[in-house]
Each structure stands twice: as structure tokens, then as C-alpha cells.
Design a protein around this ligand. Structure first.
Ligand code: NDP
Length: 490
């Protein structure tokens, strides 16, 4: 039988980077079957044993950092430096997940309260079994590793379906894992197109799906998962806002804004796409931004658009924005496939596609606002709710704005900084998805809470869960509950 294959291409040159099998339904089924067995073995290891192996995997990844960065560069076109940064972040997450899994998930006693004082209560978080990870191409190491590392550390086996644009990176991540864990296929990669991902999501032996990609595909994956009531964590796109308050450090804000918007050619789910600047500092901020953007070059400071089809969306948004707004930098000619030069447009109506839809390109819209409150209201008027940024000279005010931002994450006086803090959960609300990767929440996302209450001794005259219970016991219970909870506080 011949296996169909597909090629991954270097988006900058069109050269073939590698050829990979389009894995069939049988192949996916076999991988999940192997993963099921491996999951039992992996979950049966002592937490210290899993931790030791995961920390070894971390060391193997670190030793292959340059090779892996080269592969990420080849498959996505991003500069090697950016690929290196992405892998370093993934390594720090793997380290955190390995070191904290037992603390977060391990068995602990919890208080039983007065009514259950004859009980001992324990809580622990047990592995789910096989976790299916469906990953994107924009950060082919960092993003899937946010699920893979946390799922593995929580004691699950993982079957990973990388994007068809970055299969080589996905295959290498699993190969390197096998160097640290040769005994069982605890982490496997299956390659193919979207349908391979669909096969994985549909397999009833997959106990959770971690998906990163577009909102539209997340809905399809969720529909497939609904058949088996398989839970999913969905990390979808965003339309992240950047707020500049009157007392912000404008040089630092312009610098961060530009990097947040243009790095990785804007192909970042938590990239800056909308900028709101308060009236008092608007001109100065725009001067800072314009001066800086003149020095940023597509093809040097960032790579090409990885997914060719995205160019049409970017072009449509630029055309729309430049027709209805005022061009600061670039314009329709900025699209020079496969590259897109930086585009900044101001005064684009809030209801236009360039402001409402995810662009996923090196473009921003900028709007002047009366004050920070109006900036916040406009920032929050989005169907997405992934992340955002606040620049302000007043720490208290900045924290207040950050808390009121309707997103899963906010960076203050920095951009995207939350992604590098492993203890912070990562994920969004609304069209940006639900569930969390990273941090303690990310570990719990891939585990099921197991609650046990054990009776230590029988309570004389207080056996409430028996048909032998009489009116006296009920009377005692009412007296107790009145004593504990019956006083009003005004
Ligand atoms: P998709 O949502 O189409 O793909 C994401 C992943 O899902 C890929 O691995 C893809 O495989 C897989 N997939 C596709 N169809 C199915 C299916 N029916 N069942 C299961 N898995 C499936 O994103 P794209 O890569 O096409 O990008 C489109 C848009 O998504 C971008 O324009 C951007 O707006 C957004 N995006 C957001 C990301 C984020 O970080 N939040 C990351 C990437 C994209 P395959 O690649 O083989 O089709």
C-alpha cells in the first residue's frame, strides 16, 4: 500500500523542507491505541520519575536548540533569532510544568467543615489518559508545547497533530522526547492535513483535545468532540488592543507597540492589532511610532507570511483600512508576497473588518481617544478577548485598566510579557476560546479532580445519611446550622 505524502515548504523560498505522510484513519487509530497503553505506563510512574524524564527532555531540547531553531526558520520563514526565543520560552514552560506538577496535582487533605468533622477529605488530580494536541504553525514549538508539556507533566500521553505547514518541527519534538523516554510512545506526532486532526478529535479514546488555531476550526473540532463528549481547550485568535495613557513613557510604548504588532510578521495570536492613544499624547506617540517603523523591514526584522492564503485577508484589511482611514505608513503596495511591509493606518471606523476581524499580519489601526476610559471601552468592544496591553505611568491606574480589560491576559508597560511567565495561565474568552494552558490552571486543564471523603468515626446521634435518622437528629442538625450560619451580618 502506498502512503500519500505532503511537502512542507519554506515560505520565503518555496523550497521543499521535508516530505511527510498524510496519516490515514488506520494510522491515527494505531497511534491512539499505542498512546493508550503508554498512558497507563506513564501514569503509573512515581511523580518524581516523570519529573526526572521531563527535565531530561528539557535538556535534550536545549542541546538541540540551534537545530530546532533552524527547522522552525525553514518551515515558517521567521528569523532564527525569533525561532530561538520561541524555543527558549517553551523550555522554561517545560521546566515549570515538570517541577510543579506534583505540587499542584498531588494528593492533599482538605478541610471538611464542621458538619463533616468525622470525615477525612482528600483531593488529587489524576491524568485523563490520551490527550490530542492540534497545533498551529505560527509558533510551532512554543504554542503546542504549552499544551504538550502540561499534559505530559499531568501524567497523560500525547498524540500531536502539527499544522501541515510545520510538520517537521512536530515530528522532531516527538523524536527528541523518545531520547529521554525510550520505553513507551508517551508522546507521538501524527502528520497530515486538517482531516488527520479531525480523525484525532473524533477518536473516543482521546480524553481531551487541546486546539490552537482559528475560531472557525475550533467550532468544527468542538462539534467533532461533541459526539463523544470529549472536552476541549480552545486557544483561538484575538484582536488585541494596546492602550496608551496620558502619563505613559511614550518612547517605551511606541517601541513595545511596534514589536508587539510587527514581530513574526504579525502572525501572533496575542499580537497587537488595535492601538488606542489618549488625546493628550496622541501626536507625540505617533511621531515616536512613525520614526521607529521606518527602521523595521520585512525580510530582515521579520519573515514572510507563512500561510499563503493569509495574504488575501491581510490585503483585504489593508484595502479596507486605507480607504476609510488615514495612512501613516505603508498601504496596499505593502503586500509583496510572501512579505508584507509594516502598515499603520489611523482613524479607521470601529465597525470595519480591519478593526473587528483578526488580520494576522504586520498591520495596526490607531485611534485617538478622549481618555483611558474611552480607550478601554473601545478595547473591550470586541468579540475576541485574548490579551492586551496597557502603558501608563501610574502603576495603580495601569493595574485598574488591566483588570477591567475583558481579556484572559494583559501586559502592563511591556508587551506579551505574560507568555514568558510559566506560572500565569494563558487563554481567552469569547471568540478567543476557553480553557487555559500554562501555570497551575494549565496543569489542572489536563487532569480530572478526584475527591474522596473517608469516615473516620461514626458520629453518635448524628447519622444523617440513614433511614434510621429520627427527629432528634434533625433537631440537632438545625441547632448546629443555626449556630454556624444563622447570624446575619449587616
Ligand atoms: P486552522 O484553525 O485551520 O488550523 C489549526 C490546526 O487545526 C492545524 O493543525 C490544522 O491542520 C488543524 N485543522 C484544520 N481543520 C481541522 C479539522 N476539521 N479538525 C481538526 N483539526 C483541523 O488555522 P490556519 O492554520 O488555517 O490559520 C487560519 C487562521 O487561524 C489564521 O488566519 C489566524 O487568524 C488563525 N490562527 C490563530 C492562531 C493562534 O495562535 N491563535 C494560530 C494559527 C492560526 P492543517 O494545518 O493541516 O490544516
Amino acid at each position: 500500500m502506498t502512503t500519500l505524502t505532503f511537502d512542507s515548504l519554506n515560505p520565503a523560498t518555496g523550497e521543499v523542507v521535508g516530505s511527510h505522510p498524510k496519516q490515514s484513519a488506520d494510522a491515527v487509530r494505531e497511534s491512539v491505541g499505542r498512546a493508550e497503553q503508554a498512558a497507563t505506563w506513564w501514569a503509573g510512574l512515581a511523580p518524581a520519575e516523570r519529573r526526572r524524564r521531563l527535565l531530561d527532555y528539557k535538556a535534550v531540547l536545549t542541546q538541540h536548540l540551534k537545530e530546532l531553531a533552524g527547522l522552525v526558520h525553514d518551515e515558517t520563514g521567521k528569523p532564527v533569532g525569533d525561532a530561538t526565543l520561541e524555543i527558549v520560552l517553551a523550555i522554561t514552560h517545560l521546566d515549570w510544568a515538570a517541577r510543579n506538577a506534583d505540587r499542584v496535582l498531588g494528593r492533599r487533605r482538605v478541610s471538611t467543615g464542621m458538619i463533616g468533622f468525622n470525615l477525612a477529605a482528600t483531593l488529587e488530580y489524576l491524568p485523563l489518559g490520551v490527550v490530542g494536541v492540534i497545533g498551529p504553525w505560527n509558533y510551532p514549538v512554543f504554542t503546542p508545547m504549552g499544551s504538550i508539556a502540561y499534559a505530559l507533566a499531568a501524567g497523560n500521553a500525547v498524540v500531536f497533530k502539527p499544522s501541515e505547514l510545520t510538520p517537521g518541527v512536530g515530528v522532531r519534538l516527538a523524536e527528541l522526547f523518545a531520547e529521554s523516554v525510550p520505553e513507551q510512545p508517551v508522546f507521538q506526532t501524527v502528520t497530515g492535513l486538517g482531516e488527520t486532526g479531525a480523525l484525532l478529535a473524533k477518536d473516543p479514546r482521546v480524553k481531551k483535545v487541546a486546539f490552537t488555531g482559528s475560531t472557525a476550526t475550533a467550532k468544527r473540532v468542538m462539534a467533532a468532540c461533541a459526539e463523544n463528549l470529549t472536552p476541549i481547550v480552545a486557544e483561538c485568535g484575538g484582536k488585541d488592543a494596546f492602550i496608551v495613557d496620558a502619563d505613559a513613557d511614550l518612547k517605551a510604548a511606541a517601541d513595545a507597540c511596534l514589536w508587539g504588532a510587527m514581530s513574526n510578521a504579525g502572525q501572533t495570536c496575542v499580537g497587537v492589532e488595535r492601538v488606542y492613544v489618549v488625546d493628550a499624547v496622541y501626536e507625540t506617540f505617533m511621531r515616536e511610532l512613525s520614526d521607529r517603523v521606518a527602521t523595521v523591514k520585512a525580510g530582515e526584522d521579520y519573515g514572510p507570511i507563512t500561510m499563503p492564503g493569509q495574504l488575501d485577508i491581510i490585503r483585504r484589511h489593508i484595502d479596507d483600512a486605507t480607504k476609510s482611514g488615514k495612512v501613516v505608513t505603508g498601504g496596499p503596495d505593502s503586500v509583496r508576497a510572501p512579505y508584507v511591509d509594516p502598515v499603520i493606518v489611523e482613524d479607521v471606523p470601529e465597525d470595519s473588518p480591519a478593526v473587528r476581524e483578526e488580520t494576522f499580519g504586520p498591520t495596526i489601526t490607531v485611534r485617538r481617544t478622549r481618555d483611558a476610559q474611552q480607550a478601554l471601552e473601545l478595547a473591550n468592544a470586541s468579540a475576541y478577548g485574548l490579551a492586551g496591553t496597557v502603558f501608563s505611568g501610574n502603576a495603580r491606574r495601569a493595574m485598574e485598566l488591566a483588570r477591567l480589560m475583558r481579556t484572559g491576559m494583559t501586559a502592563v508597560n511591556s508587551v506579551i510579557s505574560f507568555a514568558g511567565v510559566p506560572a500565569l495561565p494563558f487563554g481567552g474568552i469569547g471568540d478567543s476560546g476557553f480553557g487555559r494552558i500554562h501555570g497551575a490552571d494549565g496543569l489542572r486543564e489536563f487532569a480530572r479532580p478526584k475527591a474522596i471523603s473517608r469516615q473516620r468515626f461514626a458520629m453518635p446521634g448524628m447519622n444523617l445519611t440513614s433511614f434510621s435518622r429520627g427527629p432528634k437528629e434533625l433537631e440537632r442538625l438545625i441547632r448546629l446550622v443555626t449556630f454556624l450560619h444563622g447570624r446575619r451580618k449587616r
